[in-house]
Design a protein. Structure first.
Length: 219
């Protein structure tokens, strides 16, 4: 399915262009198509362990819902979208933990770094959060646990390197993209947030989707 990345790239370019339009419905449609693409890519992959696949597919579906909801500027849809993504990260974390080995140096180091990052990100956003402080704390915690789970998978020698690399790079790209989402929503709305965050997000999701085909037991 070599055509999927090509179509996704074209849709991403159009999505970035649509960010300058006043109406939100074109963004919702384009995000639904792009996110449907990574869900389809994940579903079509074979080879990953059963528990990993069983958790990842609902995670992708929840992220698709979150993408459509976040296309709207309304606060209610933002809150619902945040909840969908939070549950998506919980599903991803469960998928990673289900196949990871016992925590080692890499996992523990990532966990420590994540705790530090939680503090840094919340201190950065805190004056701008208002009534959304509790949901944002929950979200930042969930995505940090997800990243730690990805690090645990990357450190598990029982899986082929290619699959482990896709999981780690995909999760990291997703994590960084959310910093741009937070900056746009709470700190400094600007097109540069979309220009950087959207490519990172979709690259991360498509890498995670393809990990379902490459995450196989090492010989």
């Amino acid at each position: 399915m070599a055509w999927v990345p090509a179509v996704a790239l074209l849709l991403l370019v159009v999505l970035l262009w649509s960010e300058r339009l006043p109406a939100s419905w074109p963004r919702a449609v384009l995000k639904a198509l792009l996110s449907g693409g990574f869900l389809f890519s994940a579903w079509s992959q074979v080879g990953a362990p059963g528990p990993f696949r069983a958790w990842m597919l609902p995670g992708f579906a929840l992220c698709l819902c979150g993408d459509v909801l976040l296309a709207s500027p309304k606060r209610l849809f933002f809150t619902l979208g945040l909840g969908a993504f939070l549950l998506g990260h919980v599903a991803y974390a469960a998928a990673f933990i289900s196949i990871a080995e016992a925590p080692g140096f890499v996992t523990l180091t990532t966990a420590l770094a994540s705790v530090v990052m939680i503090g840094v990100v919340l201190r950065w956003l805190w004056p701008h959060l208002g009534k959304l402080r509790v949901p944002v704390i929950a979200y930042v915690t969930a995505i940090s646990v997800m990243l730690c789970g990805a690090a645990a998978v990357a450190a598990s020698a029982r899986w082929l390197v290619a699959g482990r690399a896709l999981v780690l790079v995909g999760a990291l790209a997703f994590y960084v993209s959310d910093l741009f989402v937070a900056r746009h929503r709470f700190v400094a709305p600007a097109f540069v947030n979309r220009a950087a965050g959207l490519p990172l997000y979709y690259v991360g999701q498509y890498l995670l989707a393809h990990s379902l085909g490459l995450l196989q037991a090492a010989p």
